[in-house]
Design a protein around this ligand. Structure first.
Ligand code: C2E
Ligand code: CA
Ligand code: CA
Ligand code: CA
Length: 279
């Protein structure tokens, strides 16, 4: 038993060491990848349920690693979380979204929204408002085309800081969406304390909504609550015509998912806009 305890301790230590080593390696790679332009964004369309017109695009990070191929953001963003590297990468993402907004505006589509995912680490960065302000000035863009997506975990991390940060970005004109709604452990109380504009129902509820009674009820009561609060509601992960129909009938505002389109590589964005928006 004594030996066993010792080796368990050893295994634990080794795992922890590997995690730290992996993280350090990844951080170095991220800096290199930024320099070597291995990152790009893909844009997933969000459509208004009532007329199926494009409301906006969510920007999703892609990493084309020369040896390891495409690496999913889910495999490295959580590891970088709270590091200076995530803040730098986040600045790159935001900057690229502004460049894409200019490209979209040049297509005479001034009111298409761009949703930007912000990680918790980015949201505690006190320089975020001045960085965003510098981009608004540099690109002469109005903040109201940008929607900042935060998860419930980010909101509840430091509520006082969150409210201060949200209020200052809100006063600059940015709007806020709560991502992965319903998957966190937070209370609903924050909704009335924070300047939230949009609630995004997590795709895990949408996938089985027509087979699973609980998922269906959770979605429908979320839609009803969100509409009663005069906020907008987005359903993500919509993959079938039947899901789309049910969500539309129940007054969900915005639909996002593979049924309409997978995320589009940024180099194909303008072509996509030309074929889908300009007929
Ligand atoms: P998320 O913010 O919840 O983004 C939605 C994810 O669902 C995306 O995965 C998208 O490709 C996927 N998705 C959309 N519609 C469907 C569908 O109909 N079916 C299925 N099966 N999946 C669908 P992706 O691009 O792999 O991103 C995964 C997560 O990585 C994101 O989840 C977000 O948490 C994070 N992430 C991605 N880009 C960024 C970024 O620029 N910044 C930050 N902080 N996080 C990001
Ligand atoms: Ca998101
Ligand atoms: Ca989500
Ligand atoms: Ca997610």
């Amino acid at each position: 038993a004594k030996d066993n305890g010792g080796s368990q301790f050893h295994v634990y230590h080794q795992e922890m060491y590997q995690r730290v080593a992996h993280r350090v390696m990844l951080e170095g790679e991220v800096r290199q990848a930024l320099a070597k332009q291995q990152f790009s964004l893909s844009l997933q369309p969000q459509l208004r349920a009532e007329d199926k017109k494009i409301y906006g695009f969510e920007a999703l990070l892609r990493w084309h690693h020369p040896e390891r191929g495409m690496i999913s953001p889910e495999d490295f963003i959580p590891i970088l979380e709270n590091s200076q590297h995530m803040i730098e990468l986040g600045y790159w993402i935001i900057h690229r979204c502004f460049e894409l907004a200019i490209m979209i505006r040049e297509q005479n589509l001034a009111d298409i929204r761009i949703a930007i995912n912000l990680s918790a680490g980015q949201f505690v960065d006190v320089n975020l408002p001045s960085y965003l302000q510098s981009l608004l000035d540099k690109f002469s863009l109005s903040a109201d085309i940008f929607e900042l997506e935060l998860t419930e975990q980010t909101l509840v991390k430091d509520i006082d800081h969150t409210i201060t940060m949200m209020d200052s970005l809100k006063s600059m004109g940015f709007s806020f969406a709560i991502d992965d709604f319903g998957t966190g452990y937070s209370s609903l109380a924050y909704i009335k304390k924070m300047p939230i504009d949009v609630i995004k129902i997590d795709k895990s509820f949408v996938f089985g909504m027509l087979e699973n009674h609980a998922d269906y009820q959770i979605i429908m009561s979320t839609i009803a609550m969100v509409k009663n609060l005069d906020l907008m509601v987005v359903a993500e992960g919509v993959e079938t015509a039947a899901q789309l129909r049910s969500l539309t009938e129940n007054k969900c505002d915005i639909i996002q998912g593979y049924y309409f389109s997978k995320p589009i590589p940024e180099i194909e964005l303008i072509e996509f806009i030309k074929t889908h928006i300009h007929d």
